[in-house]
Every structure is written in C-alpha cells, then in structure tokens.
Ligand binder design. Sequence first.
Ligand code: FMN
Length: 186
Amino acid sequence: MDAIEALLTRKSTALLEAPAPAGDDLEKILKAALRAPDHACLRPWRIILFKDDARHELGQIYAEALKKKDVDASDAALEKELKKPLRAPLVIAVIAKIQDHPKIPQSEQLLSAGAAAQNIMLASHALGFGGIWRSGDICFDETVKTRLGATGLDEIIGFLYLGTPKSHPPIPEFEMSDHIQEWKSV
Ligand SMILES: Cc1cc2nc3c(=O)[nH]c(=O)nc-3n(C[C@H](O)[C@H](O)[C@H](O)COP(=O)(O)O)c2cc1C
C-alpha cells in the first residue's frame, strides 16, 4: 500500500485477532515510530511492547491500580481490568518522556510522542494490520505510570492495540470545508 492510500484509508478497529505484526513488519512499524518529528532531537518517546503473556502482566498492573484506587472493587471489575490487554494480540504503550527544557515546550514533546504513536498506527495499517489507540484513566493513573516507568513529567499517551482486523469498518466521509479553509485576505 502506498503512503497516500494508507493515510486515506486508515480506520480504527477494535475487533482484532492474531496474527499481530511481528518480525520484519514489526521492525518497520517501530522504525516508523522513531521517524516522528522531534524538535531538538529530544527523542521524547518510550515505547513498550506487550506481546503474548506480557499482556497478562499489563492486565495485572491495571487490576493492581484499580485495587489501590478502590479497595472494594468487585471481582468482576478486577477481572475486566485483567482482560483489557487481551483485546488484541499486541499492545504497545507509548510514553512521552517529557523534560523541562529551556527551549522546547512540554506540549511539543507530547505532540512528538503523539506523532510517533500515529506513525505506528499508520505503518501497521500500511502493512495490512489494524488497531485502535486507546487511553482512559489508566493513562493518568500513578500506579500504572510508575509500573511502566513514566516518571516526573512523563505522560502515558496511549495504548495501541494492534492485530489483524476481524472486520473493515467503513471510512467516514468528511465535509472538507467544515475543517479546512483557505486564507482570504481582508
Ligand atoms: C489520544 C487518544 C486516545 C484515545 N482513547 C480512546 C479510548 O480510550 N477508547 C476508544 O474507544 N477510542 C479512543 N480513541 C479514539 C480511537 O483511537 C479512534 O481514533 C476513534 O475510534 C475514531 O476512529 P478512527 O481513528 O478510525 O477515525 C483515542 C484517540 C486518541 C487520539
């Protein structure tokens, strides 16, 4: 798939199955992440792959976080957390490694990490895989952040669920003029 086709046809899909990107495909996807624009070459990203059984450990971290927040959390709620990362054969956490820099605002470092995440989503799609970028309270939870090594100003910007799409949802059409305009001189 060429780049323009990938850009125009990427569509999130939550219904994913094996196989996940692996081998050369996964390497290409991760290299694409590291080609994100990055002011002053701070490399403000940390990318953690949860493959196979590692996804169970991520679920345990989610459940541990819930237990810390709510000692009365029900077994059903804890079970739900344990199962969350099993919704795809590969889960990738993207952390913005943010520093207090004299010239580069924190927002730019966050955006760079977002661009890395989107490069992962697009490269995956271009190679025939699918996925969805998820976030939620777990991204902001101190237990989860600590366990994933997000310290100080770091932010978990998302968990990218990747695999083979079980279905191909339709691509929505947008009214270009709702979002895009040409500057008109006054
Ligand atoms: C930072 C960020 C966090 C997101 N978190 C979630 C989420 O937790 N759950 C969810 O269903 N979609 C989430 N989304 C939205 C989906 O990834 C997706 O963009 C949306 O379903 C629209 O589908 P599309 O990407 O195919 O247009 C998030 C998107 C971004 C950019």
